[in-house]
Design a protein around this ligand. Structure first.
Ligand code: NAD
Length: 419
């Protein structure tokens, strides 16, 4: 894809556009265009063969107007400062859309974790945690899983941070193992939120899920759960992909079988051979003939090169930033509905908030409570965005940013500027 693509510039473009639509002056919103703090760290790791490799790590604290910084940690070869800045900004707007008392943050390490042994991955995580420890903490900045990180990595961060502080500090991250204070339902929460957003759209427009075909890009934490839950609601999952390949089956993929296959660590779709299932490319997946497309992998997957070829009528953004600004303009002109990332994939941070609240209170909620509260927050946020879209006769992305920007500008006005 486009090597010059800069997601942070895309974020600024949409901010400028929506601030203009709301009639704000530049000075009302200028504070929202810059991260409050950017940290880049060098992370030396002793490899299993005794050599030392130095990886680059990042933590960007975008905004704390509405609460502590909050956002995931990504391990991926493409991680760079502009990406982390954009991802941290999206978190600030996302937390404002769903009205949880957090600002936005994000971090990551430029690394392909598949090239590391398990022990190297643990050493990388421990040293990275030590390098960002001065600026994170349960009341300061709370990381969580993102691409190629998971509950196990969060557990290592809890241990490292707790050892450095001299006391147990489970609230320093969310998305950790249940045994270490993680929340029931957190692992599925982002995908569940994607499903809830899709169902809310269906309900509002009288669409029967049983008539809907769905394609999902990226069968990781977010995509696989979203696909499975949408399938449980009656949708037919006709295609999906991971980093290795796409697969398709017009009759509908057997989700129980596929989920079982994907639950085995290291299993990739390229080795998923079943009758009636054929391999397709990532590009074919994105332009697959379906009703709903859920991009749940990385940024900039739908852009000016392919937006005119998308056949889906509804795009539900499981990933952060999967549609570029230029791609979005093309989709909007074509009447393709986009349920934007800062709403559609907010279920993860909402449940992270629940986890953090449980940690701070030394309590744990049952799964039913978590899922019910998650649904309440998502449904309310969805309705708020729809209302805003109707009031301004605009699309859901613009409306979601309107809701977020209004809340952030209001917080800034109430707080004033220090000193
Ligand atoms: P993950 O590492 O669990 O899964 C990512 C998936 O995408 C994997 O299946 C991988 O094989 C696939 N993938 C990678 N590159 C691909 C490509 N070029 N084409 C097709 N598939 C590809 O990560 P995740 O946590 O599911 O995150 C996915 C997206 O959702 C990211 O944009 C992330 O920021 C966003 N997100 C995650 C959460 C969360 O709670 N984990 C919350 C909100 C948003």
């Amino acid at each position: 894809m486009d090597n010059n693509y800069n997601p942070y510039q895309d974020l600024i473009k949409i901010l400028d556009k929506v601030a203009g639509m709301l009639g704000y002056e530049e000075s009302d919103v200028s504070i929202l265009k810059y991260p409050e703090r950017e940290l880049q760290v060098s992370v030396p790791v002793e490899m299993d063969d005794g050599t030392v490799k130095v990886f680059q790590g990042y933590r960007v604290q975008y905004n704390s107007l509405r609460g502590p910084y909050k956002g995931g940690l990504r391990y991926h070869p493409q991680v760079n400062m502009d990406e982390v800045k954009a991802l941290s900004g999206w978190m600030a707007f996302k937390c404002a859309v769903v009205d949880v008392p957090y600002g936005g943050g994000k971090g990551g390490v430029t690394v392909d974790p598949n090239t590391l042994s398990h022990k190297e991955l643990v050493r990388l995580t421990r040293r990275f945690t030590a390098m960002i420890a001065p600026i994170i903490g349960p009341e300061i900045d709370i990381p969580a899983p993102d691409v190629n990180t998971n509950a196990e990595i969060m557990g290592i961060i809890v241990d490292t941070y707790s050892m450095l502080k001299g006391h147990s500090s489970p609230g320093v991250v969310t998305g950790k193992p249940i045994e270490l204070g993680g929340s029931l339902g957190r692992a599925e929460a982002t995908g569940r939120g994607v499903m809830i957003s899709t169902m809310e759209y269906f309900k509002k427009h009288g669409i029967d899920p049983k008539t809907q075909t769905v394609a999902v890009q990226g069968m990781g934490n977010v995509g696989s759960v979203a696909a499975n839950l949408l399938n449980e609601k009656g949708c037919k999952i006709v295609a999906c992909s991971d980093v290795s390949t796409g697969i398709a089956c017009e009759a509908g993929l057997d989700m129980a079988d596929l989920m079982k296959y994907l639950s085995v660590r290291g299993n990739l779709l390229k080795d998923y051979k079943r009758d009636g299932v054929r391999m397709i490319s990532n590009e074919e997946l994105l332009t697959f003939d379906c009703d709903v497309l859920v991009p749940a992998a990385l940024e900039n997957q739908i852009n000016e090169t392919n937006a005119d070829k998308i056949k889906a009528k509804i795009i539900v953004e499981g990933a952060n930033g999967p549609v570029s600004v230029k791609g979005d303009e093309i989709l909007d002109k074509r009447g393709v509905i986009v349920i934007p990332d800062i709403l559609a994939n907010a279920g993860g941070v909402v449940c992270s908030y629940f986890e953090w609240v449980q940690n701070l209170q030394f309590m744990s909620w049952n799964l039913e409570t978590v899922n019910q509260k998650l649904e309440e927050v998502m449904v309310k946020a969805f309705a708020g965005v729809v209302k805003k879209a109707e009031e301004h006769n605009t699309n859901m992305r613009n409306a979601a940013y309107m809701v977020a920007i209004e809340r952030l500008v209001r917080a800034k006005k109430l707080r004033g500027i220090f000193p």
